[in-house]
Design a protein around this ligand. Sequence first.
Ligand SMILES: [Cu+2]
Length: 488
Amino acid sequence: MKNQKLSFHKWMQSIGINFMIITILVMACKKKEIETPFPNNTSYQLFTTPLKRPATVSGTSASFTASAASAEVVPGSNTSVLAYNNSVPGPTISINFGQTLNINFLNSLSEGTNMHWHGLDVPANQDGFPTSIIGSGANFNFSFPVNNRAGAYWYHPHPEGATASQAYKGMAGFFIVRDAEESSLNLPSGDYEVPIAIQDKRLDGNNQLIYNPTSNDIMTGWLGDKIVVNGVYAPYLGVATRFYRFRVLNGSNARIYNLALSNGADFYVIGSDGGLLAAPVSVQSLMLSPGERADILINFGSYSVGTEIYLQSNSFTSMSQGNEFKIMKFKVDKNEVETFSLPSSLSVINTLSPASADTIRSFILKADPMGSMPGMSGMHTINDKIFDAARVDEMVKAGATEVWEIENTSDEPHPMHIHGVQFLVLQRTGGRNSLIATENGWKDTALLMPGEKIKIIMKFSSNPGKFVFHCHNLEHEEDGMMLVFEIM
Ligand SMILES: [Cu+2]
């Protein structure tokens, strides 16, 4: 903490701004984080709006239209958003392993966009490479086989320069893959399986989204003071006295959640970005950074009707975030007989041996505030480079097994995401010095807090072409913290 403050101070001195002014600014920023109660409408009661479930698209073909739309982020008022099929979050795609998905996509936005299938192994021309743009008014037919095991994946835009703003304004949705192994576990389903996308927003006095990051916002990433779940600010879910399965997505641009229940109760982590863990892990809190998913079970079976429990984010140490705040409320409202029993084993994780790796690569993450001037990119780098779509930074042999070592030498957290592959985290040194529950399974995004180094292993797809890997703090990504690898 002391070092972080020192380097921040040094930075500010170096650009010649008085330290006291900066201290005041930093304090103002801290104070602004997570305002409650809702400031613009004193009659608005938090946690009184029912949780919304996005519509589900089942089957193997669908039409998606991206367009400007309006959403009730705050009940009773219309917020201008960008949406898929006028829905925030976008429709949940639910599909079986091995099926081929066809999406007829129309871009009715006034700007270019594309779609990235986060966590899925898809051909390069389907993956939403940042410069492969579907222009305003244009169509594109996505078609790819679903080769990933059962899990909660997701989709969002990935155009260079507009990923952060489009995702923030509402363009994101779940992509749920099912398979026979998972079905055999009889996990809570239907009403008892609830996808929840957690995001943070800044709203103006008319409940319109604000998105105008300053260079300080680019350092920290864009942080909102209103936590929305499935597109709605401060909702609640009525629950019965039994187990529920929550497919949790951190769809925020920059905010990390340290998920916990307000009564301190344990919950079970059963899956991660790339599907089920080998066995449930009981935890009292779980860090979830932008882009990551957690499959969790909460047992409401021992509570009496009328009990209220919050899903909250516990405090953690970080320079620009980490306050404790509430996310949503669970209201136990009916007694039901439990039909589910927690299995002791869930799946088999076929590990990869580092000895079998074809290549070992090293990456150093840096955040140098002197690296850019306002309006330019380049504060955030990987191996001292910023994104260049025309440059191939790493060449990967099709089907190769590789070990990547990634080290965060900056003062800020970086959730690192690799396209088109699922990896296993072998080790974390520095900082937290250990793996967390979700890292017992397949990952496509892993958090590096300041000073941390992770070692990951993965077997790349045989789909040839150019893909990206990047920080999923979307302001960092837009700032250039993204490189290109080519599978050949
Ligand atoms: Cu980052």
